[in-house]
Design a binder for this molecule. Structure first.
Ligand code: MN
Length: 178
């Protein structure tokens, strides 16, 4: 199945027959996190400047960006200078999700309506998150108050990749050495 091959980028991670999500920490001109959800065979994507939070009190701005191919879900490395998004990319989290949007609507429909709830099964991110489109056309990514929520949560100082165990710094430096 071509879709599955592309989906994993040749690597394996929990799938359980559910769609995947990935969060890539990306040191481009501005440090940000790319939050991506598999919807309809592509990765729907948002740039989250401060990154997702496990704290329900934190409403994180999520700026819609271009859809990416499923193959990008496995990408970690350095986007070369001169290309869009040049800089180091680290797999900050990945796993599968379930659509928990009220009314049992599809993800496509939920996103077009501007409100989707997903139950994430990742390593750093777990439990329900809501994506809400604001009047200004931006989105907010907010942890729901469930048993997985961690009030006061903050990211560890120098997080490591869930795929390679490397820091963003190490990923960036390796490429320079080649
Ligand atoms: Mn990015």
């Amino acid at each position: 199945m071509a879709r599955e091959d592309a989906e994993t980028g040749g690597e394996e991670y929990p799938k359980e027959g559910h769609p995947v999500f990935v969060v890539q920490k990306h040191r481009a001109k501005m440090m940000h996190y790319d939050f991506r959800l598999e919807v309809g065979g592509v990765l729907k994507s948002w740039a989250v400047p401060k990154g997702p939070s496990m704290d329900p009190a934190e409403k994180r701005l999520a700026i819609p960006t271009e859809d990416h191919d499923m193959g990008y879900a496995g990408f970690e490395g350095v986007v070369p200078e001169g290309e869009y998004g040049a800089g180091a990319v680290m797999l900050w989290d990945r796993g599968t999700y379930r659509n928990l949007t009220e009314g049992a609507v599809s993800m496509e429909e939920a996103l077009s309506r501007g409100r989707a709830t997903v139950d994430l099964h990742g390593i750093r991110l777990r439990g329900a998150f809501t994506l809400i489109r604001t009047r200004g056309g931006q989105w907010l990514l907010v942890k729901k108050r469930d048993t997985d929520a961690i009030p006061g949560w903050s990211e560890e100082p120098d997080p490591r990749s869930v795929a390679s165990g490397k820091t963003l710094e190490e990923i960036g430096m390796e490429q320079e050495e080649r």
